[in-house]
Each structure stands twice: as C-alpha cells, then as structure tokens.
Design a protein around this ligand. Structure first.
Ligand SMILES: *Cc1c(COP(=O)(O)O)cnc(C)c1O
Length: 477
C-alpha cells in the first residue's frame, strides 16, 4: 500500500473516530457545564479581528503537527458563547445539544438533498416537517414548501415566486420588461435581505416603496395605501407587500389580517417574513400574534432562531404549494429524470441551492425525541421572561423602553440626569458592557433614536441575569 493511501485509511479508521469522538463529547459537555454555571465568565472574549488573525496565523502543515483537542479548546475559548445564559444579543439560538449531535450524523452521511436519490431520508423528513409547519400555521392541505440555508435565501426564493406569478408575462424566460416597472411595499423595519432580494432581482432601488412604522413599530397600512396609489399613478405595477412577524429590530408583529385584506383587495402577493416569529405558532399563549398568517401567500420560518436548531435551517412555505415551483423555472436535465413538476421529492426544482446540508434531520430528531411541547415551552418562556424584564425596566426611573415587547426581542435605553446625548450614551454603554465580557448585548438605531437591544434566547437566562445587566449598565461611568 502506498504511503498516501495508508494515511487516508488511518484518517478514516473507525476506532480513531470513536476515540476522538468520546474525547470531543467530554470536552463539549464540560464546556456546556462551565457555560451554564457561568464558571466561564466571558461571553464574547474581546479580541480585535487583527489580533485574532495573528493568533490563528500558524501555517497549515503538510504533515501531522497539531493535537485535535488543543485546537478545539482554542476555538471554544475564543468564540462567542451562545450557550452562556448571559448571551442576550443576536437572534441565533443556543442549540439543543441533541441537535448538535444530530448535525454530526448529517455531516458524516453528507446526503446533499438536491434530488431524492442523493438524500432520500432527509428529503422525506423535510417534507414531513414542512407539512407539520403548514398545519401549525393553519394553511390548507394544498400548502407546501422547501428548506433553504437561511431566511435570506428563503426571502429571495419567495419573492421570485411572487414576481413570476403576479406578472402577466414570463419573467423567468423573458426578463423584466422595462415598460411597466415593478414595485414592492415593505416596512421601513424590514430585514435588509428583503431589499437585497429586490436588488438581486434586478428591479432597482426605486422598486422598493418603503412604508414607515407606527409608534408600536408596526407597518402603517394607511401610508402603504397611499404609497400604492402613488406608484400606480407613476405607471408602476406593485406586485407584493411584505409583513413582519416579527421585525428584527424591535420584535414587533405587524397586523397580518389588515395587510391580508389590503393584499386581497389589490391582488398583491402577501409575503410574511416570519423568520424569527413564526415559532410562536407552537405557543398557545402567543399564537394569536400570528392571526392572519394563514392568509399569506408565502412565509419564511427560521428554525435556527426559535426552534433550538443550529444554523442554518429555514423553511419557505407557500399557501398554494404549486407556487413553490414558480421561483426557479429552469431545467437541468442532468439532475431531473423528467421535466414534470409533480416530482416533489427532487428538491432542486424549487431551491436556489444545489447541494444542501441535511437541514431537516437536525430539527426532526430533537422534535421526535423530546416532543413538540418542549419547543412550545421554550417560546412561551422566553416571550414571558421578556415581558417580566420589560416590567422591571418600566419601574426603573433610569431606563426606558422603545416599545412594550411583543416577543423575546426588547429595545431599551439608559437615561441619566444631565446627559442630553442619549444616543452617544447608549453607544458608550454597549462598548463598556462588551469590554467587561460578562454579557453580550447588541444595539439598534430606531426612528426615535439609538437603543440597546437584547434577544432573550438562551433557555437558561433568568430574570436575575437581566436585572444584573441593568446594574452592570448603571455601574458604567
Ligand atoms: C434573521 C432574520 C432574517 C435573516 O435570516 P437568516 O437566516 O439570518 O438569513 C430575515 N428576516 C428576519 C425578520 C429575521 O429575523
């Protein structure tokens, strides 16, 4: 046997994998324990990017030179720790450890699911999950959908379908016709991926009709109506309105029934960006926030936000499942046996990606093992806790809310007697909090100014952690 194949064989040795795997799981279990008990105090170690680059500048060796555990330990030490209860920053969840283990199975099998033969089990699991999610939303039996790598790709996929269906010519085949420019109505608080999708679609920035939000940070439908009329008078065809459930910046849910009424009246495609907030459908307490979602033509739902799943795993759901074939009307004969649209199991008909990770698997297994109530409880608990935190803020004389939170996203700011530049104060506070490394929080610019922003998304975060955060902010001079 040649030297090369001996080395390869050794790298694939089952017993070596067993031994490395056991060591890795021990290491990660210790990491989880130390994070949950806050023995690891740093949430996000403050290492400037250039210094980080230096720390990882060792050349890639031609021959074995480094131990596995040493590298993994270094990764754990220097990463942003989403398993820490004082991680209250962005909307990425602390994934269930079981979901992480399941992801390992997906990595080892590596069944890219472009067509059924490439990943038969995963294709079917994704279909099962799509059906389950459609049911939770209250969609009819004709609904269907697909998994994508993230909400950004998901939003683009839905918008492409909307355009193909709502125009009276074949955009996919003939391109955009300049005579009647296309437009979309979006809230000023929509996620940037919506405007980016419009850009990618070649519609130009002028296509985006931005609608302001009201004092509760919800799309102002009266203004949307006016903007629609103006666009029509300008010779534009408005084909789409996008609702938020909930918005990224403030976690506010739009009035979906009101938007659905308007969309029906004007024959618009109604897309809901529910990347974060669709998971409220599991919670008996909070599913009312999604009233009207079942009327949306399409929606996007991220499992890596509120379904305890490691990034990425998103579904794009269509009320009329046959519309899910409209996004990509292209044919690739080397992948598909027939050109029939009925082959639901050859996912590449409907996805932008070709090879995909086994996205359904890592969500399916924890749902089956722990049951759906665990996920429902997680949503209810984090939304409840955010309300309790809001009540503490409202009682405090030196803090104020941007708006009462509807979800587990909350924006607030600190006030101090004599300080007039509140925006600058919040920016300095965030820098100070990051420097101390004991919490991870983010910030956002809203129409009424600059705010500190928390997403309460780690299931082990307590009200005490949050009141400690307020004290930590007060203690910053
Ligand atoms: C997170 C988010 C997105 C982007 O989704 P990714 O999965 O990060 O690509 C889009 N819209 C909303 C409302 C979001 O919260």
């Amino acid at each position: 046997m040649t030297n090369a194949s001996t080395k390869l064989k050794r790298a694939f040795e089952p017993n070596r994998f067993r031994e490395q795997g056991h060591r890795l799981v021990d290491l990660l279990a210790d990491f989880l324990d130390e994070s949950q008990t806050q023995q690891r105090s740093a949430v996000l170690p403050q290492i400037p990017a250039d210094e980080m680059l230096d720390r990882w500048s060792a050349p890639l060796p031609a021959e074995p030179a480094h131990g596995f555990e040493g590298i993994i330990n270094k990764v754990l030490e220097q990463s942003n720790n989403l398993q820490h209860p004082r991680y209250v920053g962005h909307q990425c969840c602390s994934p269930l450890p079981l979901a992480a283990l399941t992801d390992l199975v997906g990595s080892l099998l590596n069944n890219g699911s472009a067509v059924y033969e490439m990943g038969p089990v995963n294709v079917v699991l994704e279909q099962r999950l799509v059906q389950w999610m459609c049911q939770l939303i209250g969609y009819p039996d004709t609904a269907d959908g697909i998994f994508t790598h993230g909400g950004t790709v998901g939003n683009l996929t839905a918008l492409l379908a909307a355009r193909q269906i709502k125009t009276d010519y074949d955009v996919w085949r003939n391109g955009v016709q300049p005579e009647k420019p296309l437009s979309v109505l979006v809230s000023e608080d929509c996620h940037y991926s919506i405007k980016r999708a419009v850009g990618i679609m070649g519609l130009g920035e002028a296509a985006v009709l931005t609608v302001p939000v009201n004092h509760r940070y919800q799309l102002d439908l009266a203004v949307a109506r006016r903007r629609y009329d103006e666009a029509l008078a300008d010779g534009r065809q408005v084909f789409l309105i996008v609702g938020n459930a909930c918005s990224t910046a403030t976690g506010s849910y739009d009035d979906l029934n009101a938007i659905a009424d308007f969309a029906e009246e004007r024959n618009l495609w109604f897309h809901v960006d529910a990347a974060h907030g669709a998971s409220a459908a599991l919670s008996a307490t909070y599913r009312h926030l999604l009233d009207g979602l079942q009327r949306a033509d399409s929606l996007v739902w991220d499992a890596h936000k509120m379904l305890l799943t490691p990034a990425l795993a998103t579904t794009v759901l269509f009320k009329d499942g046959s519309n899910s074939y409209a996004s990509f009307s292209q044919k690739a004969s080397y992948l598909f046996e027939k050109e029939s649209k009925e082959e639901w199991y050859d996912m590449a008909h409907r996805t932008m990606e070709c090879t995909k990770a086994m996205l359904g698997l890592k969500l399916y297994v924890p749902l089956m093992v722990y049951g759906t109530d665990l996920f429902a409880d997680f949503v209810t608990h984090t939304y409840d806790l955010t309300k309790q935190f809001a009540a503490v803020i409202e009682r405090a004389a030196d803090f104020e809310l941007a708006a009462p939170p509807q979800s587990n996203i909350i924006c607030f700011r600190h006030t101090r007697p004599g300080v007039t530049d509140l925006d600058d104060l919040q920016k300095r506070i965030r820098q100070g909090i990051l420097k101390e490394e004991r919490f991870y929080i983010v910030q956002t610019a809203l129409k009424s100014g600059f705010y500190l922003r928390c997403t309460i998304i780690n299931p082990l975060t307590t009200l005490e952690d949050l009141t400690d955060l307020l004290d930590a902010i007060r203690a910053l001079s």
